[in-house]
Ligand binder design. Structure first.
Ligand SMILES: [Zn+2]
Length: 343
């Protein structure tokens, strides 16, 4: 039915309809469709397209179909009932709209579809929701007058509309949050798959505190791009060596002009600290803080923990770097120490 209400509301202006407007109409006027899409239950409603196409079972329409009914409006008994009167113009409906305190809608044009189009085109998102909810409960009130001889106070319509909107908002926001999270996750995975991969590792000798690092950059499909390895200034812990290795690797990658990169480390502690907001008051903490600042300069820089067996390239490079007197950079041709490990 979606195409129907779109057609009646905005012929030629479909691109201006936003998702939330569709959702709110679904919620109240196509509840079965809404339940299928969102897995929540709701009472049966009134197909909006029937109101817009003037085929609601109001008294004048029933008379046209040769049903023997009194054409008088069951709510105000002042005049014959039609769709525009039933939902908008009736004294009772006017009291409902007054309770809602919504912006004034010109009643010119004389049809419900023109009136509703004005609301959808000019009201804020929140006011559109409230208006649609009020239409739904106004229609229920009208049916209650016909079948039960009972007309609720206009204030009750406002209360019911607001309560239903709260329920709708809870469902809608939950769905939106899940969709956002899934979207962000997919986006992150896509970046990771399309970015160059950088494996890095640190070497640390606890007796002498001598430390080293190795970093290997591969293309997204695993081809060698560049590598560097060298010694670090003395570190006081393996974590500090890993953090320093990370900092120097990020500086090297930044210098190569990379905007997105996927980092891999076999130090779970470092990966954990890099993903946390908390600060660590230690030498390692300073290096980790510098790593975070450097990471923030990339468009995408995801750090992933991998087992040491998967980090053989960087580990070998870091180990062999202990014997170097300066940092060695290799572009396009891999260093001898790791050439056998590349395939
Ligand atoms: Zn009336």
């Amino acid at each position: 039915m979606m195409f129907l209400w779109r057609y009646f509301l905005f012929p030629g202006l479909n691109s201006r309809i936003e998702t939330q407007k569709e959702e709110i109409v679904f919620f109240f006027f196509e509840p079965n469709s809404f339940s299928e899409r969102h897995g929540c239950s709701d009472s049966p409603g009134l197909p909006l397209w029937r109101a817009l196409s003037d085929t609601l079972p109001i008294t004048t329409n029933l008379l046209i179909r040769r049903v023997d009914v009194d054409p008088t409006c069951p709510k105000c008994a002042d005049c014959h009932e039609n769709v525009f009167h039933a939902l908008v113009l009736c004294t009772y409906s006017q009291l409902v709209w007054h309770e809602l305190n919504l912006p004034t809608v010109p009643a010119g044009g004389g049809s419900f579809s023109v009136w509703l189009t004005f609301i959808f085109m000019n009201f804020s998102e929140g006011d559109i929701r409230l208006a649609v909810a009020a239409l739904y409960y106004s229609w229920r009130a009208r049916n209650s007058a016909v079948w039960d001889g009972f007309l609720p106070l206009p204030r009750r319509i406002k209360q019911s509309a607001k309560a239903a909107l709260q329920a709708w908002t809870a469902v809608h926001h939950t769905q939106a949050a899940v969709a956002d999270h899934t979207g962000a996750q997919a986006d992150s995975e896509q970046h990771q798959n399309m970015s160059p991969k950088c494996y890095f590792d640190a070497g640390f000798m606890p007796n002498t505190l001598k430390s080293s690092f190795g970093a290997v950059l591969l293309s997204p499909d695993g081809a060698f791009m560049a590598a560097c390895g060298g010694t670090l200034s003395d570190c006081f812990s393996p974590l500090m060596a890993e953090a320093e290795a990370c900092r120097i690797t990020l500086t090297w990658l930044r210098g190569k002009g990379l905007d997105s990169v996927a980092l891999f480390s076999d130090c779970s502690q470092l990966c954990s600290y890099l993903s946390q907001e908390c600060s660590i008051r230690s030498h390692a903490g300073f290096a980790i803080h510098a790593c975070k600042a450097l990471r923030a300069t990339f468009h995408s820089c995801v750090v992933t923990f991998i087992p040491r067996s998967d980090n053989a390239l960087a580990h070998t490079l870091a180990t062999s770097a202990f014997s170097q007197t300066s940092t060695v950079y290799s572009d396009s041709v891999p260093p001898n120490s790791i050439s056998a490990l590349l395939h």
